[in-house]
Design a protein around this ligand. Structure first.
Ligand code: ZN
Ligand code: ZN
Length: 421
């Protein structure tokens, strides 16, 4: 027996229906992203491992457990987009071209850890990074954009949770307070959190283990670590969201597991997926550009998880129907079918046939399966008179049509504009 190959664990094959759903989702997202003035960029899948160790943080789950290294151990398949976009921004000195950039990207990301339900080795992000402005209006724009994309694609059941980590100083203050509070309950934390508590107490708030979650829920957290300016801008942001009609829940334990966040952090969650409930997340990262070797530049962004959104939409099977299927009554007519196909496709009519020598009846079944609107039946008798039979699949009516009139006739019936070829 020959070995059968299976897809790599944690990867998924999109069938034609899922591919259509994927394209519908990305098409609608692109429309909304352009509406808000964001420019698309397409960046490589491979990046240097160190970029994420530095940009995302050495103790983050992504870097410590999840990165997908390839044999050359300094290279990884990108695990997320933000550090990469900032690498791109710095490498090409984009700050010299303009002091404000709004980018978006749509593409695959990779994680190397053992896959589990709802977590994939390869998955897609729709991501946005707005670089160069510290305005709270931009925070409101970015958050409302994320919500708008989800609205547009049909995700109505969702909740926005939001918090502010404050500036670097506030974050440090919060971190110290957290360390003090959590140290008293250190023995109850999972082993991973016990070991990282001293280095990075904020990570404990992100831990998915039940014991740690329980302890976090007993902490009396609030925004008292924010300085006056940070508190003011957070309150301003909330009022801007109110004005935009964007509903949110303030959640002081929300920190997001990446080093680069400062001030605004947010997540969009849904109950539709069970435990793995975030479909999007983002925040402000005012120190990352500097930290990765660029000039001090404030920025904010988010990423939406495409697979999770598709799972939620769980759309009905979609078929890209044909305009016309060409059936042949005798197999030596494939030559005529082939040239007619070419002519119809040239006129912009979506058409197909099969080359399987099936019976006419079997070909009609294929036409039905392919959701074809019309079938052209080629018979040698009719072809002698330069005619074919055109059957409408909706009402079953059939008529003979002159070969040369076909493209115009079908275009008219379809309500399509005839492409001049
Ligand atoms: Zn502050
Ligand atoms: Zn833990």
């Amino acid at each position: 027996m020959e070995k059968k190959y299976l897809s790599v664990r944690g990867t998924s094959d999109f069938d034609s229906s899922q591919s259509l759903a994927f394209h519908n989702l990305t098409k609608k997202s692109r429309e909304t992203l352009s509406l808000f003035g964001y420019d698309e960029i397409i960046l490589p899948i491979l990046e240097e491992a160190g970029l994420f160790a530095k940009g995302v943080g050495q103790t983050s789950d992504i870097v410590s457990k999840q990165m997908f290294k390839i044999q050359d151990k300094d290279t990884v398949l990108r695990p997320e987009g933000t550090a990469q976009v900032i690498r791109y921004y710095i490498q090409h000195s984009l700050f010299k071209q303009s002091d404000f950039h709004k980018f978006f990207y749509i593409g695959p990301m990779f994680r190397g850890e053992r896959p589990q339900k709802g977590r994939f080795r390869q998955f897609h992000h729709i991501g946005v990074e707005a670089i160069g402005s510290d305005s709270v209006f931009l925070d409101a724009e970015v958050i409302s954009l994320a919500m708008k994309i989800l609205d547009t694609v049909g995700i109505s059941q969702k909740e926005l949770i939001i918090n502010s980590l404050g500036c670097g100083k506030d974050k440090e203050k919060f971190s110290k307070r957290l360390f003090k509070d959590l140290s008293q309950k250190k023995n109850e934390l999972c082993s991973n959190c016990q070991s990282r508590l001293a280095r990075d107490p904020l990570r404990v708030l992100d831990c998915k283990k039940k014991t740690c979650k329980n302890i976090v829920s007993t902490l009396d957290l609030d925004n008292s670590c924010l300085c006056k300016e940070c508190l003011y801008s957070f309150e301003k942001l909330l009022s801007l969201l109110n004005n935009l009609g964007v509903e949110y829940t303030y959640q002081p334990q929300l920190v997001r597991g990446l080093d680069y966040y400062t001030n605004t952090v947010f997540e969009i969650i849904t109950s539709g997926l069970g435990a793995q409930d975030a479909i999007g997340a983002g925040g402000r990262y005012n120190n990352l550009v500097k930290f990765l070797g660029g000039p001090q530049t404030p920025a904010i962004g988010f990423a939406l998880g495409v697979e999770r959104i598709l799972l939620l939409l769980n759309e009905q099977k979609q078929v890209n129907g044909l305009d016309v299927f060409i059936a042949v009554a005798e197999k030596d007519l494939y030559k005529d079918a082939f040239s007619l196909l070419n002519q119809l496709r040239g006129a912009g009519i979506i058409s197909d046939c099969d080359y399987l020598n099936k019976s006419l009846k079997a070909q009609m079944r294929v036409a039905q399966k392919k959701a074809s609107k019309f079938v052209i039946i080629l018979g040698s008798q009719e072809l002698l008179q330069q005619k074919v039979a055109l059957k409408c699949m909706e009402d079953g009516s059939q008529e003979d049509v002159n070969l040369k009139d076909l493209p115009v006739k079908i275009s008219k019936l379809l309500g399509k504009e005839l492409k001049q070829c």
